[in-house]
Design a binder for this molecule. Sequence first.
Ligand code: MCN
Length: 794
Amino acid sequence: MTRMFGQPIPRVEDDRMVRGHGGYLDDLGHDALACAFVRSPHAHAEIVDIDVTGALDVDGLVAIYTYEDLPDRLADPLPLLIPHPALTEGRTQYALARERVNHVGEPVVMVVAQDRYVAEDAAERILVSYRSLPAVVGIEAARAATQLVHPDVPGNIAANMLQTVGDVDAALAAAPHILELDLSIERSASTPMEGRGVLARWDPESHRLRLWSSTQTSTGVRAAVASKLGLALVDVDVITPDVGGGFGVKIMHPWPEEVLVPWAARQLGRPVKFVEDRREHFISSAHERAQLHHVRVGFDRDGVILGLDVRFWHDHGAYIPYGIIVPMITSTQLLGPYKPGAYRVEFDSLYTNTLIVTPYRGAGRPQGVFVMERTMDAIAATLDLDRTVVRERNFIQPDEMPYDHGLLFQDDRPLIYDSGDYPTLLDKLKKLVGWDEFEAFREAARAEGRRVGIGLGCYVEGTGVGPYEGAHVVVEPSGKVKVATGLTTQGQGHQTVFAQIVADELGVPLSDIEVVTGDTRRFGYAVGTFASRAAVMSGSAIALAARAARAKALKVAADALEANPDDLDIVDGIVRVAGVPGAEISLGTLAVLANPLRYAFDDAAKAATQFAVGDTSKPPVGEDDEPGIEGRDYFSPMQSTFASGMHAVVVETDPDTAEIKILRYCVVHDCGPLINPRIVEGQIHGGVAQGVGGALYERMAYDEAGQLQNASFMDFLMPYVSEVPERIEIDHLETPSPLNPLGIKGAGEAGVIPGAAAFASAIEDAEGITITAMPISPSELFELRRRHEERSSP
Ligand code: MCN
């Protein structure tokens, strides 16, 4: 059998999707009642009064709920999912606002009606009176702290965290060169095709709840809903249908709507559904990225960094339900493939009267990489060195792996890189993009009156964070293999890659394997899909579970065929005895033999074993065996595994209009052995598209009052196919991880991470103007040019 691991096979899920047979949240529950929410129009206000009387006579209205209606645990603030000792002032929202609102879009009243139209009509007639308060918008306002988001949180500081390695002050004092940089990145957001949504059915007879949620963590939703509604975990099923993308935003749980909808379904004894619209997604889900950074770096005459001191400020929005994961990632992953000498990093996580921040693909890394790579370019410019030379001189070398940075990572475990070869990655990148030939190209372009520039960005990314994932693999009497793992899928092709793993481990054809994700009925314990962890975590758990199923199959086959298990092999779903022609039995038959009740009805299974055992009145398996040909296992590594990569981009900037055109985009990437190169490259393509968005187009335009001015796809600029490079050139390096059975590292976020850094480097190279803030639009570039000319004119 051809080994499936490493094959670029097409995704098995695509046929269904591209033919329009996907089943998304809004395709479900046509019998359900619908919800609409009255949301705060103010960024910061006290609620003076809620008058629902005008809505009560709306035909088709079923229920209206405000905070006052919420019982017990539902009336408490929603949980703070990931606490941390540095997060001393954690504040989370109520499911429905109580007394105050802290951002535009915060839910205040829930309306349930026969359909969404009626629900919206009724919502419009509800009068909420507010006393508006000054809004804190943006990092500078939060730092100034002349107004407070939460009156009991001084300085608007939710968390302050400091990590130090070595004596930075001494290193900077002794360094022959010192540079200081101020660098910033703006807010963006995941913006999946399908927004958030939840459908709940309460069964009054069994007292069980069934939920369908467009989530990245069905087990997280189950735990939250069970806890908030006082139900046993086993009485709540959460099923994740097709979800139309997640990109991080759907890892948050529970959203207010995710607990309110099932509660209302139980109250009303009828199914209830909520699907957010695009404007709601912009103002009521989550954003990410906004940070300001101040860097001090000391280096020697060769460009080797001796000390790095980074102070930054993170805009966390109105609440902090997801903890300080994002800035913690920036503070550690900023280091990328480099040794920083002495290092000090300190951040404040700040409250503002804007939408909450939770991880968006890349999660704090695009900011960190932007900071470090801008620093590298600045060192190169100071010393008049090639930018790749400065990087090379600061790389961690392959023979220094595993490399311990002496810091704590996002999971509060030591930041230890497990493997990687950064010099080889850079060599590959330089060859792929033609780094050494670029000056000739620049000269030729200049002769035609064109401005071109080349830039690069290097990153290291902790992937496959714990604590665990599990899997169940079972062979059916039909010979088909059913695989279940608890994390969810948003478009990463898990059905294909996980089947590839099982095909190899169990010796069955791909077409006989079905993979289910995100259904708590099939697998109840899981963490979720984020941090590029599915391949490492579920992939490993699935391999282990398949190995257990294989061992069981061989044991039963050895009994049935009266053979030594060591003489058996499984090929195409058939167990054969080496050197004994005809001595074989299918996995399907073994599944029958291992299930005495099923065996009693199966003449074919009896016939299949008759030649070996003679008496077929009972199955020829040991009586002390567990029934079934199946395996269940968990994978729980000690730490993350660290993928890496480097991007180079060639841009052309229009001398008149300042339009920024992408001429080439090159990626070299190391996520260990590739399970499916086609899928990994697809993941990189998608990530690069989002990186282009983050570098050149996307920003959340809040005004001073905290109103989001561009909360629609008319105004929020996402790159279309016309803005994404037509061809993304990719090369791979495979340094296996020693931390999991398949040697893999994650790949799902890689494409987006160095985007802003690489573009800034390339635009700076084209223009000769220092770039310190991203994204950058043509009008901003135009303005930079104007100021640059002003400064340079005598
Ligand atoms: N893969 C592989 N070989 C490797 C590593 C990965 O073949 N050595 C494959 C995996 O098997 C998987 C895919 O590449 O099919 C991505 O794997 P992994 O890095 O484990 O990432 P996850 O599957 O955990 O996906 C999460 C990651 C994140 S964090 C975001 S955000 C994201 C992303 O993936 N959101 C996505 N990719 C997305 N893709 C789509 N279409 N939609 C989203 O919402």
